[in-house]
Every structure is written in C-alpha cells, then in structure tokens.
Write a protein that binds this ligand. Structure first.
Ligand SMILES: Cc1cc2nc3c(=O)[nH]c(=O)nc-3n(C[C@H](O)[C@H](O)[C@H](O)COP(=O)(O)O)c2cc1C
Length: 299
C-alpha cells in the first residue's frame, strides 16, 4: 500500500505492546510499513511496584510533569498515521506517555499528522484522554481515532486485581478466586478488527467517519457509573496533587491519599451513585447521552 505508520508507546507489563501488536497486524498484512517504537523513561519505574512507589507517582501524573526519556529515534521524517499508545495513571496520561507527547522529536513528527490513540486501562481512561487531547492539539496533531480497552469486570473487582498485578507483577488469578487482571486476552486479540477498520481510511487519507465506525465495533464503551465517578474523582485528585506536590516530606500525605482512595471507592462511591441513581440520573438522560457521545468521540 506504500503507507507509513508509526506506532509509539510505553508499557510496563507488555499489555499495551500486545494491544498495539494485534491492532497493527492487519495493517502490516495489507502491506503497510509499520514502525514500532517502545519508549523508556530515563529512570525506570518499578514493576512490580511497591505501595510507596505506586502512590508516589500520583502528583506528577496528575500535574502532567514530563520526565526524561531514554534516547529514541524514528526512521522516517514523516508518517501517514501515528498510533499513540498510552496508559492512564491516576486519571491522567502516565508520566512516560506524557513525557513522550511533550518530547520535541515526537512533537515534530506529530505536526499535521493523523493520530489514533490506543489505551489499555483498568477502566477509568476518560479524564486521561481529556488531558491527551489538548497536548496533541498543541503539537498540531490531528486526532482521528481513539480505542480504549479496559478490564470489563466490576469496578471493585478490577481494583483488587490490578493492585495484585501491579504489586506482584503476576497477571494471574489472585487467590484463585479473582479473575485475571487487566484487559482480557480476548479483547486484546479482537483489536485486530479495529486495525482492519482503519485500512481504507488510511488508504484514502480520509478519516471522516472512522471514529463512528470504531465505536460501532466496540472500540470505546462508556459506562455511566464509571464516567460519573471519574468526573468527581478527577477534581479531587487535582486538589490532592496540588497539596502534595508543594510538600517536601510527602510520605504521610501519600498515605493519607491512599486511604482516601480506598474510602472513596469502597464506601463513598456506592453511596453517591445510589443517591444519583434515585434523585438525578432519571432526569438527566439527555445530558448523559450527550456526554457519552462526546467521550466516545475525538473532538
Ligand atoms: C500508578 C498507576 C496508576 C494507574 N491509574 C489508573 C487509572 O487512573 N485508571 C485506569 O483505568 N487504570 C490505571 N492504571 C492501570 C494502567 O492504566 C494500565 O492498565 C496498567 O498499568 C497496565 O499497563 P502497561 O501496558 O503499562 O503494563 C494505573 C496503573 C498504574 C501503574
């Protein structure tokens, strides 16, 4: 096909690399040149994480403070499409993903280039994506598609299993009771279908209608309760990040944030959601529909 595609991403566990592999395979099979570049932070983040190191990245993730990356380069001077893989950390683009988006080399190549974002998150990626959009826009990149893969188990189940995965490095069944953490193997494999969808748009260099087709194929699924929780949590995270980033001694504050998070998720969120379901949600169906449409799109 003679088209050149760059897929650039960071991953800790390899989950996002696997998603990118499956997504780009149909493109390679169709004769597209797909260059994959995996970036690494200057100082590697631990994987598995300790409790302390995990929460310590919250302020810089939320405040979008970029850090240094290991040197990397792209083979071409320009591409027909960039596939940008990013993951959410604390409702924000991960520090390495944010560093990548702010890298002068990336910004130069992204200028005027169509970009499809791909995420492999637990289940809360909307706020991160809302932070990705303006950064890409500032570089002059054209966001034409978004694919969001999540762990589809219940929120509290995926919360337990992701912490097990992140703190042990094992993507297996915790206590043999809980499901496998992260995006399911089936969903990862199915990303190939999204790659197929992209081919004619790439061929014609006309991206009109791509996101609608991807959404119809299940590339983005917006859950109302998660959207609702995120909309509240992102504001509160911002306050915590603002307070903690000003402190020289952060440990006690980060421990407080950890307990806040547990209480917010397991106690406050179910109560607030119940109140909302009875008193507000039934009267806001038009607004909810518009919000879902907006977050499914790329504008
Ligand atoms: C520090 C940290 C914070 C995270 N915060 C979120 C989050 O806010 N929302 C979410 O859906 N997933 C969150 N995740 C999960 C990641 O988005 C991602 O799914 C997981 O880390 C696997 O990505 P990998 O490909 O880098 O291994 C977090 C992971 C880490 C390590």
């Amino acid at each position: 096909m003679g088209k050149k595609v760059l897929a650039v991403f960071y991953t800790q566990s390899g989950q996002l690399a696997s998603i990118i592999d499956h997504f780009t395979r149909p493109l390679s099979d169709a004769g597209v040149s797909v260059e994959k570049v995996q970036v690494s932070p200057g100082t590697a983040y631990p994987f598995p994480w300790s409790g302390k190191s995990f929460f310590a990245v919250m302020p810089d993730s939320v405040n979008q403070v970029p850090g240094p990356l290991e040197p990397f380069s792209f083979k071409e001077a320009s591409y027909d499409l960039i596939i940008l893989g990013y993951q959410a950390w604390f409702l924000s683009p991960s520090i390495p993903a944010n560093s990548l988006m702010n890298d002068p080399g990336f910004k130069a190549i992204a200028k005027n280039c169509p970009v499809i974002t791909v995420t492999g998150a637990r289940n809360m990626w909307i706020s991160a994506m809302e932070k990705v959009k303006p950064v890409l826009k500032k570089s002059g990149a054209k966001l034409v598609g978004n694919i969001a893969l999540v762990d589809r188990h219940a929120n509290f189940v995926s919360f337990v299993t992701i912490l097990y995965w992140m703190f042990t490095g094992k993507k297996d069944r915790y206590l043999n009771i809980f499901p496998v953490p992260g995006v399911s193997e089936e969903d990862i494999k199915n990303t190939g279908a999204f790659g197929e969808i992209v081919i004619p748009y790439l061929q014609n260099n006309n991206w009109q209608g791509l996101q609608e087709e991807l959404v119809d194929a299940g590339a983005v699924r917006i859950s109302y309760p998660l959207m609702f929780i995120e909309s509240k949590a992102r504001k509160i995270f911002k306050v915590w990040a603002g307070i903690i980033s000003k402190r020289k001694k952060r440990t006690a504050w980060l421990v407080a944030f950890k307990y806040y998070l547990l209480i917010a998720l397991f106690i406050a969120a179910p109560i607030i959601l119940t109140v909302d379901a009875i008193f507000f949600k039934p009267f806001l169906s038009g607004r909810i529909k518009r919000q879902k449409q907006y977050y499914s799109g790329v504008n």
